[in-house]
Design a protein around this ligand. Structure first.
Ligand code: UDX
Length: 430
C-alpha cells in the first residue's frame, strides 16, 4: 500500500521504517529538511535500536521523505505522527497537530480519492472528533464519513526498543466507525498480524484514544504503587524486591514493572498522566488516585536524598550522581529523576558531579554549571557520596572505584550497585 507519515520524530520515523519493512511504499513528510535529507540518504534522523538498519535498507527506495505535503494526496493511508506537547496546565497542546492536519486537509482536497487519515499521535479522548476531523473537513471541503474516513491507531513504543516493539506488539488498536476504515487498516497491518499472531482490537475513536492513556496511566500507577509499597517495606526493614518477586508470581499482578526505586520519567508517562488528569478535571471529575500516583513519583527523589542526609552532610562536598538518563539504554533526560535529584543536592549546597555513559550532553542543557565526569570512576573520585539514579549495567560492575571516594556512601535508587565490603550502602526500598 501507499502510505504517508506526517512527522519524522521518534514515532513517525519508526512507523515509516517499520511499514516499509512490512512491504509498503512509505513517504515520511516533515518540515525538517535535515531529517528529510537524512532519510532519503538512508540515514535515520533519530537514534533507535534497529532503526539505522531499516532506514539504510529502505531509505531512498521503499522509504522516501519529503517536505511536500502534496505527496499525501496520492497515498492510501496517511498517518499523523506529530507531537502533542504539554501546555502550562498539563493538557496536550494541539497547536502543532492541528496546524499539520490543516495543511494535510488542504492537499487532500485535491486528491482524486481521499486516503484514510489515521491519528497516531497521543491525543486525549474526543480530540480527533472535536479538533482534527473539523480541521480536515474545513480545509479539504470534504465530509468525514462520506468522502473520507478518520481512524485512531495509538502506539505503545518504548524508547530504545521502539522498532522491536512495533514489529512484535502485544496488541494493535484500531479506533474507527466505518467498516472501510477497519478494512484499510487490516490490509496495512496484515503482514504484521500474519507474522506475529498479535491481537487486533477494533474499537471506537474515543476508546482508542483512551486506551493509550489508560495503558500508560496503569503502568505509571503500577510503578508508583510498588514505590509506595517499597517505601513502607524500607520502614519495616523489609526487602521490597523480595516482596515484588513474590507478588509478581500472581498472574493478576504480573512480574513486570515491579522494580521500585526513584520513580518514572521519560517523554510519555509524565506527559500522558498529566494530560489525563487535566482532561478528567475539565469534565468535572477529580482523578485523586492518579494525582497520588504523580505525588509518589514527585517525592521519590527527595526520599532518596533524605536517606543520604542520614549518612552525611553534603554541604560543600562533592557528590556523584550516577546516571542522568530517565532510564538505561537512552540519552533522553526528559523528566529524568536525575533532574530533581540534582536540584535537591544543589539546594543542600553540594558540588554535584554527574556521570552518564550517553546522556551527559543532554543534561548539560538543564544544568550547565555542574561538573560532568568522563567515567563513573572519575565521578566517584573524591566524592563524599554517590546517588544512583539510572540502572545502567556498568554500575553493577563498579567495585574498586569506590575506594577513591572521600567517604564511600552509596545511596542506590535503582538496586543496581552490588553492596560490598568497604562501602556504606543504602537502598531506597530495601
Ligand atoms: C513508556 C511505555 O512503556 C510505552 O508503552 C509508551 O509508549 C511510552 O512510555 P518509555 O517512556 O520508553 O515507554 O519507558 P519505560 O521503559 O516504560 O520506562 C518508563 C519509566 O519507568 C523509566 O523512568 C523507568 O526507569 C521507570 N520504571 C520502569 C521503573 O521505575 N520501574 C519499573 O519497574 C519499570
Amino acid at each position: 500500500m501507499k502510505v504517508s507519515v506526517i512527522g519524522s520524530g521518534y514515532v513517525g520515523t519508526t512507523l515509516a521504517a517499520c511499514l516499509a519493512d512490512l512491504g509498503h511504499e512509505v513517504t515520511n513528510v516533515d518540515i525538517d529538511e535535515d531529517a528529510v535529507a537524512a532519510i532519503e540518504d538512508g540515514v535515520a534522523p533519530i537514534h533507535e535500536r534497529g532503526l539505522d538498519e531499516l532506514v539504510a535498507e529502505y531509505g531512498g527506495t521503499r522509504l522516501r521523505a519529503t517536505t511536500d505535503y502534496a505527496t499525501a494526496s496520492k497515498a492510501n493511508i496517511v498517518f499523523i505522527a506529530l507531537p502533542t506537547p504539554t501546555d502550562e496546565r498539563g493538557r496536550i497542546d494541539t497547536s502543532i497537530i492541528t496546524a499539520g492536519t490543516e495543511q494535510l486537509g488542504e492537499v487532500l482536497g485535491e486528491a482524486e480519492e481521499m486516503p484514510l487519515v489515521v491519528v497516531k499521535s497521543t491525543v486525549t479522548p474526543g480530540t480527533t472528533e472535536r479538533e482534527l476531523i473539523p480541521a480536515l473537513e474545513e480545509t479539504s471541503g470534504a465530509t468525514a464519513g462520506e468522502e473520507f474516513d478518520v481512524a485512531v491507531n495509538p502506539e505503545f513504543l518504548r524508547e530504545g526498543s521502539a522498532v522491536s516493539d512495533f514489529l512484535h506488539p502485544d496488541k494493535v488498536v484500531f479506533g474507527a466507525t466505518a467498516d472501510r476504515a477497519f478494512e484499510t487498516l487490516d490490509e496495512l497491518y496484515d503482514p504484521l498480524v500474519a507474522q506475529t499472531d498479535t491481537t487486533v482490537v477494533r474499537t471506537g475513536v474515543r476508546e482508542a484514544e483512551m486506551i493509550k492513556y489508560a495503558n500508560n496511566a496503569f503502568l505509571a500507577s503500577k510503578i508508583s504503587l510498588i514505590n509506595e509499597l517499597g517505601n513502607i517495606c524500607k520502614e519495616f526493614g523489609v526487602d521490597a524486591y523480595e516482596v515484588a518477586d513474590a507478588i509478581g508470581l500472581d498472574e493478576r499482578i504480573g512480574s513486570q514493572f515491579l522494580r521500585s526505586g526513584v520513580g518514572w520519567g521519560g517523554s510519555c508517562f509524565p506527559k500522558d498522566v498529566a494530560a489525563l488528569i487535566a482532561a478528567a478535571r475539565e469534565t468535572g471529575y477529580e482523578p485523586e488516585l492518579l494525582e497520588a500516583v504523580v505525588g509518589v513519583n514527585d517525592r521519590q527523589p527527595e526520599r532518596l536524598l533524605s536517606l543520604l542526609d542520614d549518612h552525611v552532610d553534603v554541604e560543600g562536598e562533592r557528590v556523584a550522581v550516577l546516571g542522568l538518563a530517565f532510564k538505561s539504554g537512552t540519552d533522553d533526560v526528559r523528566s529524568s529523576r536525575a533532574i530533581p535529584t540534582i536540584e535537591g543536592l544543589l539546594n543542600r549546597g553540594a558540588d554535584v558531579v554527574g556521570y552518564d555513559p550517553v546522556a551527559a550532553e543532554n543534561m548539560r542543557a538543564q544544568f550547565p554549571d555542574i561538573e560532568y565526569a568522563e567515567s563513573a570512576a572519575d565521578a566517584l573520585d573524591g566524592a563524599i557520596a554517590a546517588v544512583v539514579v539510572t540502572d545502567w549495567d556498568e554500575f553493577a560492575a563498579l567495585d574498586g572505584e569506590f575506594d577513591a571516594m572521600k567517604r564511600p556512601v552509596v545511596v542506590d535508587g535503582r538496586r543496581i550497585v552490588e553492596p560490598r565490603d568497604g562501602i556504606e550502602y543504602e537502598g531506597l526500598t530495601w
